[in-house]
Design a protein around this ligand. Sequence first.
Ligand code: CA
Length: 223
Amino acid sequence: MKILLVEDERKVANLIKKGFEEEGLMVDIAEDGEIALEKVSADGYDLIILDIMLPGKDGIEVLKEIRARGIMKPIMMLTAKDSTTDKVLGLDAGADDYITKPFVFEELLARVRALLRRGHAIEKAQPIQIHDLIIDPVTRKVTRAGKEIELTTKEYGLLEYMARNKNRILTRTMIAENVWDYQFDSLTNIIDVYINYLRKKIDKDHQKKLIHTVRGVGYMIKE
Ligand code: CA
């Protein structure tokens, strides 16, 4: 998990960074709005912590610009003490939560964790697309070139796992642990059998194959 912290007060920024890193979260610091906007575009952050009082563009302007660019990652605002206007402005402009300065670090951490969990849940519910194959994790509906494909529960589980890890080589051990939830040697045959089922349903009628065998290693789904 990678967080962008936009805060011009170096002491505050370093304290937050140190605290988060002790919790295993990576933190990049941006000292003003311009730098923040550059970083947001270049790097994928899971969450942005945005102070309102910044030199140049203030936090609200930065927030609006981030949202205007279509970046919907969770944003936590740091607002000045007792400034109700800032809170309202921030939430109206698309912030997900705010915390008033001075704050207790544990509270910031707890709220950031909650936002990260929520963001992850939303992301997990988004349809996954690989070429013309679309998997909807909410309805479990699978279509290829617009045509619905009927899958058994296990076939679906295997397909979703592979699709979430597209372009990555998945060993039989990884598949066994993640899809079957246990691991023993005789399972590798079952995996091969299920891959064949999926191939028949997903790839057989299409020229472009999405499921690939990586000889001696495992399988991979890719365009
Ligand atoms: Ca500040």
